[in-house]
Design a protein around this ligand. Structure first.
Ligand code: F3S
Length: 808
């Protein structure tokens, strides 16, 4: 069309194309003849082939294409959009699912932004992989954000300076690689990826992927934003249509209205956080698997845009593909406040495509009445253990959770909007005015330099610092375990409460005995002044310095800064115009960065494979590839593989990181035994339980077992991202047809995998488990490989296949 609205003020030549969604939907509606949900409209509006694509929720794989004309590539463009479907079919309609890599940069003439965002921990491996695919430039607008590697120690300024010196080689690599391949680079100190995306890049009806599990945050601005592994990001950067299993749709119907926390009926705090804490309690960490969660109903208008982002962000905790909200007036307000009125206007014209049809069908509907919603506190150890605040004190007692609250932490990517910070500041100010001091340590993490500069200018930071709060760097910090915590010894049981999103064991401080709870920033802040988990700020009193009882009143705060945002320091590096002369910095002696060597293609028959470990119970990506101190080896596969599965519990002895080498009979750490098998040329398998690989999107959790010589991961069920990541790296991701068959397998078994000679979509494989006593079990294994993914497996990895095609 003629309307050219840039997707972002920071990028020239990439435009939003709502007309394409409209046109695609005409075709799709004609075929499906039923009302569509919001996410269906956006997804089907991005179909590569709206005419021929199979569309069945929960079943088909959608091939999705970018949505606008772009002249961001190396070729100067005319302003005319070539219809994507036409060109797309020519280039990509070979055998189903097998991506054909375009030999030249033909795609610059029509290629378009399906945006990619990477944080610095995942970007290292993604860029290393992209480099080995042999392409000169990234095909879609991509940004890299330095937020994960900054350790919280004493406070923002010093912590940032220290991180810049410690991580210099990584930042230099990222700065030069992004410059070389045409990506935007957000320097350390700029803020947390999801906040920067919301402020600068998200828009209603867009489609993006990000190499971080909380990418769905952008759903607060009506975007479909999915967390993926670095390997998916590499695909999209290489202009290959992105495949997504057609998601089911869970509708969350919001009715009623917010009330203040001291109103008599149901007291309230931060509405949005409580919505998602409640939803997490209902759906649990598995309930959203394979589904997009769509919010709807009259209650939507009572949520702020940044609050909707909080809800979508934490949708990752229920395993959802993503979460999203319909386009509404609060999004318009936020777009205007972040200087994007043109997007707001353009979206308004196409608003009919940015909300669900009436009578659209959902696979499941959850009703939440906001007027009856009570504040919740979730945890410990899992984000779906939701307790209404009125029952929390008795739960603390009943379960023997440590009552003393050691640290209260607000902010992070989840809850650091201007509104969140303002409300927390109002609570702190009120406490201070009654002479009440902090009883717990209290930290504040602004989500971006823009938020930090704005709340510094408007006085909230002053309030926090006056009461003794510590303002940390604009970075992930304790949220991802980058926390040099000194107040409690490792192993000592203690409680902390955060306004973050995730609280798996050891996530924040690497202490498995820390009981981490999650609540709204309002609750977290108020609790910091009582120092006790049993304190209910809605009903209980503290004693003021005048000896009189004092109760917190309703927190208050502006949704958006009345004087506009203060951009703060300029921390963005756009790609330079001369990219040819840029040298990518990788020191061959580095212990943090290592260029990749391709994996071997599949060959031979898998027979008599030992079981490296039969994992018992929960096995998240943190168990498979631990974060914390290991983050610094993200760009060095050999070094980081030393953490492979060290957190997983061995069913044989109930211990972590202690398995028997079946060749020698000796016991040792998991990575060590795996390497011993590899040295002997013996491939191995892992047996796992339900929702294996839940948690983050890190592809290291797949790269490491592959690097150490693993062939198959066989489990009761997978978390989506991890399953795909395994496939990308050339691993077999298999599930028991009968989940109970998990119990038939003994850790000392040797196994054969049969059926790979005729490996095909939808066709089961067989596991022959040969027990020590000479008996055998034949066990049916299912898989979700499509043809394209089978080609990855045979080639040794998706990247191998891409590189072969690139060479032509
Ligand atoms: Fe993730 Fe927390 Fe950072 S959820 S993006 S680690 S602030």
């Amino acid at each position: 069309g003629d309307t050219k609205v840039p997707m972002s003020l920071l990028e020239k030549g990439a435009y939003i194309n709502y007309q394409r969604i409209e046109d695609n939907l005409v075709v799709v509606r004609e075929r499906l003849r039923r009302p569509l949900t919001l996410s269906e409209k956006i997804l089907y509006g991005h179909l590569d082939d709206p005419h021929g694509q199979d569309i069945e929720r929960g079943v088909s794989y959608l091939k999705l294409r970018p949505d606008a004309c772009s002249d961001t590539g190396i070729v100067v463009l005319s302003a005319v959009c070539v219809p994507m479907a036409l060109v797309g079919v020519k280039l990509f309609a070979s055998s189903p699912g097998v991506p054909i890599f375009p030999p030249q940069r033909v795609t610059d003439h029509f290629s378009a932004p399906q945006r990619v965002a990477c944080q610095d921990a995942t970007a290292q491996m993604a860029l290393l992989q992209f480099m080995s695919a042999g392409m000169p430039t990234a095909a879609v607008p991509t940004t890299v954000h330095c937020d994960h590697l900054i350790e919280a120690q004493v406070g923002g300024v010093k912590d940032l300076a220290r991180a810049i010196s410690i991580n210099k080689e990584v930042y230099d690599f990222l700065a030069t690689a992004t410059a070389k391949y045409g990506l935007g680079f957000w320097k350390p100190g700029s803020g947390i990826i999801h906040q920067i995306i919301l402020e600068n890049y998200a828009f209603p009806g867009g489609l993006m992927i990000g190499t971080d599990s909380h990418t769905p945050n952008a759903g607060g601005l009506g975007m479909i934003a999915c967390g993926v592994g670095g390997a998916d990001a590499v695909d999209v950067m290489a202009d290959i249509p992105w495949e997504l299993k057609c998601p089911k749709v869970i509708g969350v119907n919001l009715t009623g209205k917010i009330s203040g926390w001291t109103t008599p009926k149901v007291p309230h705090t931060d509405l949005e956080k409580d919505v998602i804490l409640k939803v997490a309690g209902i759906l649990t960490v598995k309930g959203g698997t394979g589904a997009i969660v769509e919010y709807k109903g009259p209650g939507v208008e009572s949520l702020s845009c940044t609050g909707m982002a909080t809800i979508c962000n934490m949708g990752a905790e229920i395993g959802a593909t993503t979460s999203m909200f319909p386009f509404n007036s609060r999004m318009v307000d936020y777009l205007n406040a972040t200087k994007r009125p043109d997007i707001a206007k353009y979206a308004t014209q196409f608003a009919h495509n940015l909300k669900a049809d009436e009578n659209a069908e959902y696979d499941q509907v959850i009703e939440i009445n906001l007027s009856e919603l009570e504040p919740h506190i979730n945890g410990p150890f899992t984000p779906d253990l939701a307790t209404p605040i009125s029952l929390f004190a008795s739960e603390v007692k009943k379960n023997g959770w440590p009552d003393e609250l050691k640290v209260a932490l607000i902010g992070s990517c989840t809850n650091s909007s201007y509104e969140d910070m303002s409300r927390s500041a109002s609570i702190a100010k009120e406490a201070a005015s009654h002479g009440i001091e902090l009883k717990s340590k209290f930290t504040i993490t602004p989500g971006s330099e823009q938020v930090r500069a704005t709340i510094e200018r408007d006085g909230q930071i002053g309030v926090f610092e006056e009461v003794g709060g510590v303002v940390l760097a604009n970075a992930c910090g304790p949220c991802i375990g980058q926390w040099d915590r000194k107040d409690v010894e490792k192993g000592v049981a203690n409680s902390i409460i955060t306004s973050y999103n995730r609280n798996f064991t050891g996530r924040n401080d690497a202490n498995p005995a820390t009981h981490a709870f999650v609540a709204s920033p309002d609750i977290v802040t108020a609790m910091a002044f009582s120092g006790s988990l049993s304190f209910n700020p809605l009903t209980d009193s503290l004693t003021g310095s005048d000896g009189k009882p004092f109760k917190f009143s309703d927190p208050t705060g502006n949704e958006l800064p009345p004087r506009g945002y203060d951009p703060g320091e300029d921390t963005f590096q756009p790609p330079p115009s001369d990219r040819a002369s840029v040298q990518v910095a990788v020191d061959p002696k580095s212990d943090r960065l290592q260029l990749l060597k391709p994996f071997q293609p599949f060959s031979g028959e898998p027979k008599d494979l030992p079981i490296l470990i039969k994992v018992k119970g929960k096995c998240t990506t943190d168990h498979i590839s631990a974060g914390g101190p290991w983050l610094k080896y993200r760009g060095h596969l050999e070094n980081i593989s030393q953490n492979c599965l060290i957190g997983a519990i061995n069913s044989e002895n109930g211990e972590a990181n202690n398995v028997k080498n079946q060749l020698t009979g000796e016991w040792g750490g998991v990575p060590k035994v795996a390497a011993q098998y590899r040295e002997k040329g013996v491939k191995w398998v892992v047996i796992g339980d339900s929702n294996y690989g839940e948690g983050s999107s890190r592809e290291h959790a797949a790269l490491e077992p592959r690097f150490l010589g693993g062939l198959a991961i066989i489990v009761r069920s997978f978390a989506r991202i991890h399953e795909t990541n395994l496939k990308k790296q050339g691993m077999l991701a298999l599930t028991f047809v009968e989940p109970a068959d998990y119990d038939k397998i003994q850790p000392s078994d040797r196994v054969d995998i049969e059926g790979l000679d005729s490996f095909a979509p939808g066709k089961n494989l067989t596991l022959v488990a040969k027990h020590e006593d000479g008996s055998k079990d034949e066990i049916a294994l299912a898989h979700s490989f499509n043809e394209g993914q089978i080609a990855w497996f045979k080639a040794g990895s998706a990247l191998n296949l891409m590189a072969t095609k690139a060479k032509g």
